[in-house]
Design a protein around this ligand. Structure first.
Ligand code: HEC
Length: 310
């Protein structure tokens, strides 16, 4: 059994470091159209632009077409998978987020369908695919994913699953570290001051969130899941939630979900976190995402902005 303690990842804003030594505001010359085309092609597809894009006097006019290209969808789905998992899955089915992202992007579905859509990722005739499933919850009830994140907690409490849902939907990031021997890792132990911050007290209290999830019974090939027994719980600042679907719905209805969607878009487009001075652009992204609910809307807002080709 590998046991974990976690420490909160402190995110240090890098903002302002460059400006500190340079009091004059940087000038932002517009990229020539060739360089704008290169930047767009590399961002969307990871490849250099084709001749038509290079020759286009306004490369940003091609963004809607690029959002539909298979090269973009593939690149973006891989990006999402790397962001939603700490390491690649042991097999393709475990990378359920990749398969669902590809499905959601290809069909221009709302981003919330990643987590709530009536689908699951499953292996059918030896091929991993997205299957329609009225009992589905995006990729979050996919068999291989459930097993991957079932965790090792001694009574089968799925802390690992609860954290992965929280992280993927809202972007809350907690970093687990290897644990010292002899520590009480039981539910009682997790109530100690060193643990209760994440496990019982925060708005995302992991033990409380996992109380509405199924319980893991057994390990390896013998692993199965039993329905939760805790009954309805007051979670996420007083919402009454009784199962995984209720939990995921509440997380998707939060403003953190919208912010995380634009953070994902920003990270894909710029390869970094947004800076404080980019707040107005980030707000535009949130507005577009709120209105249209698609990841395409978020990415289009960031890449069609004049600042992208400056
Ligand atoms: C900064 C937040 C944080 C703190 C503090 C924290 N944990 Fe956790 N804990 C987590 C996260 C996140 C996970 C899920 C990790 C994963 O599997 O991805 C977790 C998972 C666990 C698990 C389940 C591991 C598994 O594989 O199922 C145990 C047991 C646990 N923590 C015990 C403790 C104990 C004991 C303490 C205090 C000494 C503690 N934790 C403090 C965040 C925290």
């Amino acid at each position: 059994m590998h046991r974990l303690i976690a420490t909160l990842a402190v995110l240090v804003p890098l903002m302002g470091l460059a400006q500190a030594t340079n009091p004059t505001p940087p000038t932002s010359p517009t990229l020539d159209t060739n360089r704008c085309a290169v930047k767009l092609a590399v961002t969307f597809t990871g490849r250099s632009p084709d001749a038509a894009l290079l020759a286009n006097p306004n490369p940003q006019s091609q963004i809607d077409a690029m959002l539909g290209s298979t090269a973009f969808i593939e690149r973006f789905s891989r990006y999402v998978n790397a962001r939603f998992n700490d390491e690649p899955g042991a097999n393709s089915a475990e990378d359920a987020a990749y398969h669902m992202a590809r499905h959601v992007m290809t069909n221009r579905l709302p981003w919330s369908d990643m987590f709530l859509g009536s689908f699951r990722v499953d292996t059918v005739n030896n091929a991993v695919s997205v299957v329609n499933d009225t009992n589905g919850l995006g990729y979050l009830r996919s068999p291989a994913w459930l097993r991957r994140y079932a965790g090792n907690e001694e009574t089968g409490v799925k802390l690992s699953t609860a954290y992965r849902m929280l992280n993927n939907i809202t972007g809350v990031t907690l970093t687990a570290a290897v644990q010292v021997p002899g520590l009480d890792v039981s539910a009682a132990g997790r109530r100690n001051a060193a643990c209760s911050g994440c496990h019982y007290d925060a708005w995302f209290a992991l033990d409380k969130l996992s109380s509405v999830l199924t319980k893991r019974v057994g390990t390896g090939d013998q692993m199965r899941f039993e329905p939760p027994t805790a009954g309805p719980q007051q979670l996420l600042n007083g919402q009454t939630i009784s199962d995984d679907k209720g939990l995921v719905t509440a997380l998707v209805n939060s403003t953190e979900f919208e912010f995380n969607a634009c953070r994902i878009a920003f990270g894909f487009v710029h390869g970094r976190k947004e800076l404080a001075c980019e707040g107005p652009l980030f707000d535009k992204c949130i507005d577009a995402f709120r209105a249209q609910r698609t990841m395409q809307a978020a990415i289009a807002t960031l890449t069609k902005d004049p600042s992208f080709c400056r």
